[in-house]
Every structure is written in C-alpha cells, then in structure tokens.
Write a protein that binds this ligand. Structure first.
Ligand code: GTP
Ligand code: MG
Ligand code: ZN
Length: 310
C-alpha cells in the first residue's frame, strides 16, 4: 500500500494553456490551506477547489500551480485507507489517509491509559492498518513500573501486536523504532505530551519540530503540535506527526461491527449460537467461552463492553 503510483502528469479540462495539473502528496493541513509536495520535493501552499471533500495529510491529489509557491488542488485521488477522528461536534472527519501503520504512543507521563491504547488498536483494525505500540519515556520507569507495563504489553503480544520501549530523551529504542517504520506510511497518535514530536525529532534531528513542555503543576500535557504533518524518513518510509488528544473517540460504530476491531476475537467470530450475537452474555457465545478459558483477556473484554455501552 501507500503506493506512490507513478502516473503521467494529467491535464485538467479547465486548465490555462501551459499549466497542467500535476500529482502531489499532501504533507500538512492547516485548516483551509494544504501543503502539497510535487514530484521533485518542492512545497506549495494550496487551497482546494470548492466542492472537494476534506483533504488530509497522506492524500494524493492533482493540483494546478497558481504562483511561485502556491496552487489549487483540483482532485483527490482514491484513498487506499483513511483514519477517522471524531470532532467536538461528534462528527467523523478524516485525520490522515493512505496509512499502513498506526503508531500508538503512550507514556506514564501524563498517564498510561490502556483503554485509550485499545481504542487506537480498534481504529487501526477498522482502518486496515497495523498497530504498533510505543511506550516512550522508558527512562522514567522504575523496575516495578516497567514490569507492570510489560505484563500489560504481554496481552498485546498475544494478540499479535508489537510493542517497543523508547526514550526520546536518552535515545534508546530508536533503532528498533526506525526498523518498524521503514518502507511504510505511519501515523503517530496518542495523548498530548507523551513525546510524539520528540520521537520525530530523534529520527530527523535537522528538522524544525516544536516540542512542548509538560505543565509541571498538573502533569498534563498541553497541545504543542497543532497541524498534522508528514515527514519523509531517511531510512525510507513516511511518518505523520499528529496533534495529541485528551481523549480519542471512535465515533459511531455499528454494534455488530465493533468486534471486527478486536483481533483477539477473530478466531471465535462466527462461532456463536446466534449469528447476530453481540457477545454481551447471550447463550452459546464463543467469545464468552474464550474469555472463560483465558484466551481473551478480561481487560480487553471490559474495553469491548465499555465501547458497546457508549
Ligand atoms: N523523560 C522524558 N521526557 C520526554 C521524553 N520524550 C519527550 N519528553 C518530554 O515530554 C514533553 C512533551 O513532548 P512532545 O514531544 O512535545 O509531546 P507530543 O506528544 O508531541 O505533544 P503534543 O504535540 O501536544 O501532542 C517534552 O517536555 C519532552 O521533553 C522521554 O523519552 N523521556
Ligand atoms: Mg507534538
Ligand atoms: Zn457471541
């Protein structure tokens, strides 16, 4: 995926002579303006033609040059995948497109929230992307705390999700992280202040990336990154830094579809007595049986129930 389909420069029906629509990659979106990269790596600030749907980081577009460093996006190319977020008005909006991997970053500062990690793994499954869990700020962990996080991570290992411990501060775990990013388009997500931009900075020391300060009084991160931005990595692959969230809402998922976001449920789906089973205590439920036999963790089941009740 993330196919950089090479395509000949296209002509748009309403072009002015000598100005043909070219392909571009959206590398940042600032509200109404987009930063579009052409095939030579040049950047253009673009507006979008009216009537186009919302275009986001990772989108492939065709665009027309209107000035030295400006242009108009004409068309949006079909997306291989789109990751959605729910805005303040509970509307689903695209966050980024053509994503292969969702890097779920967590840290004990501000707080390590396993339910949030679960929600992101479900978003990844429903987006068709691989989740990778990063526990950053490993330098802050005492041995007991580290052991308890490892126990939690073991649950994800069993599901088939990889995890890494990193420290952007002490520069540890970065090479392993690079290996997981090579050749893929990934998006970094997680609470504000966990160190998403700090990790990007470790990968791209030359880039001008703003890193925030955790407010000392509350331990709560303030939102430092405001625009979703795509970076090309020296080792191949692209990494999208996104603004942190306080809470990530999955949006309206049909109750019958939610289980498709739980990879640990997959071996048992279709084996329940009722074919419309929601796995909430119905008789003959294969998921309840897998929970009882220890093949599904109680904590993941609790996350499933919590999401079903929302
Ligand atoms: N101790 C420690 N602190 C870190 C580490 N990584 C980042 N920090 C600190 O955490 C704070 C937040 O870092 P950012 O990289 O801005 O966090 P972010 O996730 O990008 O935050 P938003 O852009 O608001 O979403 C900064 O004070 C960093 O110096 C780490 O590995 N260890
Ligand atoms: Mg940031
Ligand atoms: Zn069931």
């Amino acid at each position: 995926m993330s196919s950089r389909r090479t395509r000949d420069t296209q002509t748009s029906p309403d072009e002015s002579p000598g100005n043909t629509a070219a392909r571009g990659l959206v590398i940042a979106n600032y509200g109404k303006q987009l930063l579009v990269e052409d095939e030579h790596g040049e950047l253009y600030r673009c507006v979008t033609r009216r009537g186009l749907e919302q275009i986001v980081c990772g989108d492939h577009v065709t665009w027309l040059k209107t000035g030295e460093h400006s242009g108009v996006v004409e068309t949006l190319e079909p997306r291989a995948s789109v990751m959605l977020k729910t805005d303040g008005n509970k509307r689903q909006r695209p966050l980024a497109a053509n994503i292969d991997q969702i890097v779920i970053e967590a840290a004990t500062e501000p707080t390590l929230d396993a339910y949030l990690i679960d929600k992101y793994t479900i978003a990844a499954e429903l987006t068709g992307a691989i989740p990778l869990i990063i526990i950053n700020k490993a330098d802050l962990l005492g041995s007991e705390q580290r052991a308890s996080i490892e126990t939690l991570m073991h649950e994800y290992d069993r599901i088939g999700y990889k995890h890494l411990f990193t420290s952007a501060l002490k520069n540890t775990g970065i090479d392993a992280f690079k290996r997981e990013l090579a050749g893929k388009t990934s998006i970094l997500v997680g609470q504000s202040g966990v160190g998403k931009s700090s990790l990007v900075k470790r990968l791209l020391p030359e880039q001008d990336i703003t890193i925030g300060k955790l407010s000392e009084a509350s331990g709560q991160g303030k939102h430092t990154t405001t625009a979703t931005t795509l970076y090309h990595l020296p080792g191949g692959g692209d990494l999208i830094d996104s603004p942190g969230v306080r809470d990530f809402r999955l949006g309206d998922i049909d109750p019958g579809v939610l289980a498709n976001g739980f990879r640990d449920f997959f071996p048992y789906l279709g084996q329940c007595h009722f074919n419309n089973c929601l796995h909430l205590g119905e008789p003959g439920c294969a998921i309840t049986a897998a929970l009882a036999s220890g093949h599904i963790s109680q904590r993941r089941m609790d996350s499933y129930r919590k999401l079903q009740s929302q």
